[in-house]
Ligand binder design. Structure first.
Ligand code: CTP
Ligand code: MG
Length: 236
């Protein structure tokens, strides 16, 4: 049976911390909008997978113009963004569900969800995640924390905690397709900051942690674009 897997790239945020007139995913990275690098690198990692880019409705036309201007022809589907990241992912998951329902002979084994704002994603990371999925509900990249960590109490006081007990989680996060689709049927909660938290809340908590990559940064604050450019020059 034919197998089609999907990468969802969420690119419907406003980039408030980054600032500027244009959301960061459309800002210049090495001569073209950052989002093009993210799409291209995921495509290169798994050329047979379909890519869905989630855009806010008012950016769809502009994105089409950017693609024409930069002769960017890599095939991708567009879904519409929502008020939070989780809503944006849900809209793409619904699109996948509709496509699967319309194609009775196709099969989807995995769905990955990736932040558009992480252009330094690498093929070895994607391959490690896919191979770790075999016995798990999902596979997610996680890094040891290098800063010291303090826990803040309700009264504003703080105390040091053991940082070796914590991991910082990145994307792409890759999930068993049917389980991710089921997880996104639950009501969305404000504490769903990533897709692993959505899966866990639905009871799919067999999540395999794969070594993250400190270079796989999420462009968040002004200055991060230059760092991403530097890391891109160093990675494959
Ligand atoms: N995202 C999205 N839909 C939303 C909010 C976020 O698709 N409603 C996407 C962003 O475009 C980004 C990814 O989720 O690629 C991670 O979010 P974040 O880095 O927080 O981006 P923004 O929400 O755009 O930035 P900020 O929080 O600074 O406003
Ligand atoms: Mg945000």
């Amino acid at each position: 049976m034919r197998e089609t897997n999907y990468h969802i790239i969420v690119a419907a945020g406003s980039g408030s911390r980054y600032g500027g007139n244009l959301p960061k995913q459309f800002c210049d990275l090495n001569g073209r909008p950052l989002l093009m690098t993210t799409i291209e690198r995921l495509h290169d990692a798994t050329p047979d997978a379909e890519i869905i880019v989630v855009l806010s409705a008012d950016m769809v036309e502009m994105w089409g113009e950017m693609c024409r201007e930069h002769a960017f022809t890599l095939s991708h589907l567009i879904a519409t963004g929502g008020p939070t990241r989780a809503h944006s992912v849900k809209n793409a998951v619904t699109l996948i569900e509709q496509r699967l329902a319309a194609d009775s002979c196709g099969r989807c084994r995995w769905i990955s969800v990736h932040d558009a704002a992480r252009p330094v994603v690498t093929r070895p990371m994607v391959e490690a995640l896919i191979s770790s999925l075999k016995e798990a509900d999902g596979a997610i990249p996680a890094c040891r924390v290098t800063d010291s960590i303090r826990l803040i109490g309700p009264d504003g006081s703080s105390h040091a905690v053991d940082r070796s007990m914590y991991r910082a989680v990145q994307t792409p996060q890759i999930f068993h397709a049917a389980k991710l689709i089921a997880a996104y049927r639950q009501p969305l909660q404000p504490e769903f900051t990533d897709d692993a938290s959505v899966m866990e809340a639905a009871g799919y908590d067999a999540l395999c942690l794969v070594d993250g990559d400190p270079h796989n940064i999420k462009v968040t604050n002004p200055g991060d674009m230059a760092i991403a450019s530097l890391y891109l020059a160093e990675t494959i």
